[in-house]
Design a protein. Structure first.
Lengths: 384, 663
């Protein structure tokens, strides 16, 4: 009997061992906040000129990816490297422009947990350091600056902070404006089912604006802060799909937003009271997006396709397939293009990256031509 | 897994040299201790006059050890010694945690990783002591098993084998990887060192258990069930063993074989493995079928317990194990980080011992049972040195007196009989045992093998004691910091003066810090790599100094030409938890003020283009209370793991204490 019990015990032990061996390691899933990610590579236009942000160098895994800032001054034809010095930018660069200045935020990486800032009023020749003691959001629309210098910053956790002036921003004097939770819990937030905030801007009345993703079909999450109360900007799209705002910017006449719903991408213009929505363009992958100063917008899609639109009332124009390695488009100059004009399709530079080399392409008579090559002196290993 | 990996290069010359030095010194101590022990024993034997009739005893009445037990004892003794020698490879101290333990644990569940990390952290904090301890403990256990062939001390050696085996199985092998996917007997399941522990448990059994075939049957039955289970596991679908290739990539077994062929080893071995890996990739089904059938057959035959069948199964099993050992496990110990020859050799020893135990040999002499018991008691008391030679219990009968195992000669004075105390006066009281006369008598009559067993235990203690002491210290060994950054430079120069602004806007000059030791470094407030780590090291240094911290000022000077205002120093302090440290100062000033300080202290600071952070050399200086620079310390923090940060903190606190001691 003892022998049988012993063997039985051994059998049970082996069975337990087999059960343990046969089981797969549990896959741990940790639910996180709804993520709305738009690539950081972009371009923007200010009175000083056209700016472009692109990641160059090596792999992010080895901290050899370095984000670069380029500028083509107004009236000039050539681009220059003007990345602010003094801080590592492996985490990414976010920029926002007002009429006379450009503010750039360094997203923190590795052991740094807050975001150095840099502001320039002379097309990047000189920079004034600043500080945002927080983790800037991983979105090209995470910063906004009004003509008066009031600055908005969207943080990675969805909090929006504000500094009353550019000087206050440089001095690190930021105060919270709202949080993602508070915005989602507000009346307009609940109406749209807000899940994440992706961009900040200023409205026609210079009121802070925020935009993000909603779950309620057709409702676009664009909000304005009027005296401490958040209101919906009232953008509603037809259809049964949820709407995600990809970008939001201020123009002289109002705001422009780029939206994704289902497999469609749209542009929408707001004059403070009314929205004008473009026809959709079908696409599933967005590699980069950006805006011109005149209400124009562009999309860099998968497979080398690109679409541009001149402004409210315009239609999407497909660009010739962009050169390989193109990471962002940049509008040519600040000229206003007539809606529907074929010239709109040719008014863009394509910036392509290969390692430490940036190639600038321009469309001439229906073909891309290489017009400039910049070798960036990347210091590989400096962040290791 | 934070903490377990020191992040250092295992071949770092400083670590390797320190490891070799520790092994040499501990080996010398062990040798001296062994020689000393031998001298005492020899002297005691020479001086002590043997009592009349001491040489009595039943000549020739000797009980041979069970063959199965002897095979296990000597086989695993040699394996432990071999493993100990492997632990002495140069890169082991600095690399075992990162190159062996961590990769094994990485594929195990999180709770296993946490448990392993808890133990592995001790290794990374004290790699030299841990590495040396592993050498001497394993060599000592192996020697102990070999020399102590019978009795209490032999069984105790088995217990030691169990204990250390289980420790290694849990913390070194992550439970033999049984909770990780891809488990297979071919690759080492359930962990080689677990087999060592099982063997140790068998050795620890009373010798009576080895007399009959019952133990052999039980052992083989257990192994039979195990092999059947492994066969089932090997045959289980969906685990990749039936496919030679999966989606164009090698299957589970052939993939492992081909990766093993890439291990640094003699070319002929790697070629052999590569060829077998290719064969397995092309014929995965057939190979696995053979394996499954072989394991099932072995298991089934072992379960029968029939000696004739088992004999053939053992022969086949040994061939199977050797083939797997060469073709799959690649001998187990190559590549510079091999800790043992993997599981096939131990497994073969185990089932061979089971067979031998199943069929006890005819040459085992028959001895009166009471003599065997008395003999065990006699050996135990001799080796412990705690009983008078004339113990009545051991000398109660002539057969008992003569029943001395281990083949000891009369010259050993192995028997003490007759004139000793009568059985009623048996000295069971510890007081009587510890009398010098009793101790001397016990020592003089101790057998050579008993003394050798004690010597083996001394070797173990010489390895274990330093590690136990180090493990009790929650800070890391400074050797890590020295390996990363190099030795400091001893100086005796006046520290250049400065007058800068602290994080609160107050002016601070070096003169105002006179009377305190100043530990000073240079930090970039928006640095994303080294500077936060150095800041943490300084913070920990302050904590280590405890009461002496009030006499030490921890000072950092900004090392960034652009991001240098107090806005940034305060932000950095807040990020690093330094804002509330009372003796912490983060100084800045105008660019010209900072440039002067950088120049005077040999710090080069410059902005780099294209998104790189400001570049500056990592340096710390120790300034004594009179204002003299006493040490210039390279402050490169290296990987910045918890062990390296702790190591730097210990080093800096030592320098600070030295500087305080000079004042």
């Amino acid at each position: 009997m003892i022998r049988g019990l012993t063997r039985g015990g051994l059998a049970m032990a082996c069975a337990a061992l087999l059960a343990a061996c046969g089981s797969q390691r549990a896959v741990v899933t940790s639910p996180g906040p709804a993520a709305v990610t738009v690539p950081l590579g972009t371009s923007l236009v200010t009175a000083q000129g056209t700016w472009a942000i692109a990641v160059m160098g090596g792999s992010a895994a080895s901290n050899n990816n370095f984000w670069q800032l380029f500028v083509r001054p107004a009236g000039a034809s050539r681009w220059s490297l003007v990345t602010p010095e003094g801080a590592a930018d492996n985490g990414g660069l976010v920029a926002a422009g007002a009429s006379t200045s450009l503010v750039v935020g360094f997203r923190p990486s590795q052991n740094l947990t807050y975001s150095p800032l840099a502001t320039s009023a002379d097309t990047g020749k000189n920079w004034t350091p600043g500080l945002l003691y927080a983790d800037l959001a991983d979105s090209p629309g995470a910063l906004a600056i009004s003509p008066s210098g009031r600055t908005l910053a969207l943080l990675q956790d969805g909090t929006i902070q504000t500094a009353p002036t550019a000087a206050a921003a440089s001095a690190g004097q930021w105060t919270p404006l709202t949080t993602r939770k508070a915005l989602a819990a507000s009346a307009p937030g609940r109406s749209c089912g807000l899940t994440g905030v992706v961009a900040v801007s200023f409205g026609p009345n210079k009121d802070p604006m925020a935009a993000g993703s909603c779950t309620r079909p057709g409702v676009a999450g664009v909000f304005t802060d009027a005296g401490g109360t958040w209101r919906s900007a009232g953008l509603v799209l037809p259809g049964k799909d949820a709407v995600q705002v990809l970008g939001l910017t201020a123009t002289t006449g109002g705001n422009v937003a780029l939206l994704a719903t289902g497999n469609s991408l749209l542009a929408a213009w707001w004059n403070g009271t009314r929205w004008t929505v473009s026809a959709p363009v079908t696409a599933s992958t967005v590699r980069a997006l950006g805006f011109g100063a005149d209400g124009s917008a562009w999309l860099l899609l998968g497979n080398g396709h690109a679409e541009t639109i001149g402004g409210a009332g315009g239609s999407w124009q497909a660009l010739l397939s962009v050169p390989p390695g193109t990471v962002t488009l940049a509008p040519q100059g600040t000229a206003t293009l007539a809606p529907g004009s074929s010239a709109a399709a040719e008014g863009y530079d394509a910036l392509a990256v290969s390692g430490s080399k940036l190639t600038v392409w321009q469309l001439h008579q229906g073909a891309w031509a290489k017009v400039q090559l910049i070798t960036v002196p990347i210091v590989y290993g400096s962040s290791s | 897994m934070p903490g377990m990996n020191s992040g250092l290069n295992p071949a770092d010359p400083t670590l390797v040299a320190a490891f070799r030095s520790a092994l040499f010194h501990q080996g010398a101590i062990a040798l001296i201790a062994i020689v000393f022990l031998w001298l005492i024993w020899a002297t005691a034997r020479t001086w002590r006059v043997a009592p009349p009739g001491a040489s009595g005893g039943a000549p020739g009445a000797d009980t041979a050890e069970a063959r199965g037990r002897r095979l296990l004892r000597i086989g695993f003794g040699l394996l432990w010694i071999f493993d100990g020698i492997l632990q002495a490879q140069p890169k082991m101290a600095g690399g075992l945690a990162s190159q062996v333990i961590e990769p094994i644990a990485a594929s195990s569940p999180t709770w296993v990783q946490r448990l392993v990390n808890w133990g592995g952290t001790a290794w990374s904090y004290h790699p030299i002591q841990a590495g040396a301890a592993s050498v001497w403990i394993q060599v000592g256990i192996g020697a102990w098993l070999i020399v102590a062939s019978r009795g209490f001390w032999s069984r105790l050696a088995g217990v030691a084998s169990v204990g250390w085996g289980l420790i290694v199985w849990v913390f070194g092998e992550s439970f033999g990887g049984i909770f990780a996917p891809g488990l297979s007997l071919l690759t080492g399941a359930p962990g080689a060192v677990l087999v060592y522990a099982v063997a140790g448990a068998l050795i620890a059994l009373p010798e009576g258990a080895w007399r009959g075939p019952r133990l052999g049957r039980l052992l083989l039955a257990g192994l039979g069930l195990f092999f059947l289970g492994m066969a089932l596991l090997q045959a289980w679908p969906g685990r990749g063993f039936w496919q030679g290739t999966v989606d164009g990539k090698p299957g589970t077994l052939s993939g492992m074989v081909q990766s093993m062929s890439g291990t640094p080893q003699p070319h002929f071995l790697s070629s052999l493995l590569s060829a077998f890996g290719s064969f397995g990739a092309s014929n995965g089904f057939a190979v696995n079928l053979v394996v499954v059938i072989a394991l099932a057959a072995l298991g089934a035959i072992f379960l029968t317990g029939q000696p004739r069948l088992v004999r053939y199964a053992v022969a086949f099993g040994i061939v199977f194990c050797l083939a797997d050992w060469v073709l799959v496990q690649d001998l187990g110990f190559l590549g510079g980080f091999g800790t043992d020859p993997n599981s096939m050799i131990p497994m073969a020893l185990l089932f061979s011992a089971g067979y031998l135990a199943l069929a006890p040999a005819a040459q085992e002499a028959t001895v009166p049972q009471e003599a065997t018991v008395a003999e065990e008691a006699k050996v135990a008391e001799e080796a412990a040195g705690l009983a008078a030679a004339g113990v009545a219990g051991a000398s109660g009968t002539a057969a008992g007196n003569g029943a001395i195992s281990n083949g000891s000669t009369a010259g050993d004075g192995g028997t003490a009989t007759g004139d000793g105390p009568s059985e009623s006066d048996r000295p069971t009281a510890w007081g009587r045992r510890l009398r010098p006369q009793a101790l001397g008598a016990a020592l003089a009559t101790a057998r050579a093998r008993s003394v050798a067993a004690v010597a083996a235990l001394v070797v173990i203690l010489i390895g274990a004691a330093p590690m136990a002491s180090a493990a009790a210290n929650r800070t890391a060994d400074p050797i890590l910091a020295l390996a990363i950054a190099g030795n400091s430079t001893v100086l005796n120069l006046p520290a250049p003066t400065f007058s800068l602004t602290d994080q609160n806007g107050q002016t601070v000059s070096l003169a105002s810090l006179r009377g305190k030791v100043v530990l000073m470094t240079f930090l970039d407030p928006v640095c994303s790599t080294d500077c936060p780590l150095i800041a943490q090291e300084f913070k920990q240094t302050g904590q280590l100094l405890s009461a002496q911290a009030k006499n030490v000022e921890l000072v950092a000077v900004v090392a960034n030409p652009t991001y240098r205002s107090t806005v940034f120093t305060r932000a950095f302090d807040r990020q690093e938890g330094l804002a509330t440290v009372p003796n912490w100062l983060y100084l800045t000033g105008s660019l010209s003020q900072l440039s002067a300080v950088w120049q005077h202290y040999g710090i080069t600071v410059e902005n780099l283009p294209a998104g790189a952070m400001s570049a500056h050399n990592d340096l710390a200086v120790v300034i004594d209370p009179s204002g003299q620079i006493r040490q210039e310390v390279p402050a490169d923090p290296g990987p910045g793991t918890s062990s390296t940060k702790s190591s730097f903190s210990v080093l800096l606190s030592q320098y600070a204490r030295q500087a305080l001691g000079r004042s």
